[in-house]
Write a protein that binds this ligand. Sequence first.
Ligand code: PEP
Ligand code: MN
Length: 347
Amino acid sequence: MIVIISNKVSEERINEIVQHIEKNGVQAHVSKGVDRTVVGIIGNADPKLSEQLRQLTGVEQVVKISKSYKLASRDFHPDDTIIKIKDVEIGGEQLIIMGGPCAVETAEQIDEIARLVKAAGAQVLRGGAFKPRTGPYSFQGVGVEGLVMMAEAGKKHGLLTITEVMTPEYVDVCAEYADILQVGTRNMQNFDLLRKLGTIKTPVLLKRGFSSTYDEFLNAAEYILAGGNPNVMLCERGIRTFESYTRNTLDLAAIPALQTLSHLPVISDPSHGTGRRELVEPMCKASVAAGANGLIVEMHTDPDNSMTGDGVQSLFPEQFAKLMVDLEKLAPLCGRRFDTKKEEFAV
Ligand code: PEP
Ligand code: MN
């Protein structure tokens, strides 16, 4: 249930209404907009409560919400969530670009890629230190050492960092080194991991499970939000369909659909969404046109020798830089600001 209160009433009155709600043993989540304050109620409310609230001065409307997720829904939180990390704002007008290799391999590799990512004008360096591999014999990542290498590269080149965390036990150490924690597609419903991420405030990029519905995806986000971490962004990374030409099918409609259903920022991952280098650039542009708040793109200086199989979907540095030049032109047409500084590009 949500309670809509006009902002014409005093702050004191709004607090009284909130207190009245809380006296009923339920949680009240307050979201202040320009004209209205929306109070989302979570818990088993007495059926009489909605009628009581309707009678209170200042209450404009009481609406029953039938969706299973609440905090992630736009009904509960009509304004877009903006996640601020240093001078970067994710979820607002700024178009966010996260670029880098699938996996951190060596200190030299991540340092050089960070330099190129920064020079091209992106804000965030991506790279996995812990890799969720389909097969147990494949390269599993360099582990904690990789976190250190990435943090150093990010610091040196003035980039935020994002890395994947796979188990609750590693959340704290990953959060110590990275600015954003990624939950991979295979872990979208790892509820213990989601619960643990709810206990910290580090922003989380939650990838959609490759066979999950929007409803399941938003319920996974709800686990993190319900734990007390409001800094969640959603990532469309492609789903499994009958098509085998592409690795996954990037669900472009998910971008505006999720933005309608939820207030959380939506990031698109055309690298995993297609699995083919030549499709990454057009799908990045299509994602921006569809309203994405940002992109996460794999780029490697030597994709043929990448230690994960994701070299085939990694852009060469020149392609990444060219994409950024094009996005700078496209972003304003799609209501986004591209305001990072590109340096003279030298490969
Ligand atoms: C990745 O980002 O490298 C990755 C493994 O992503 P996903 O979980 O979407 O497959
Ligand atoms: Mn990858």
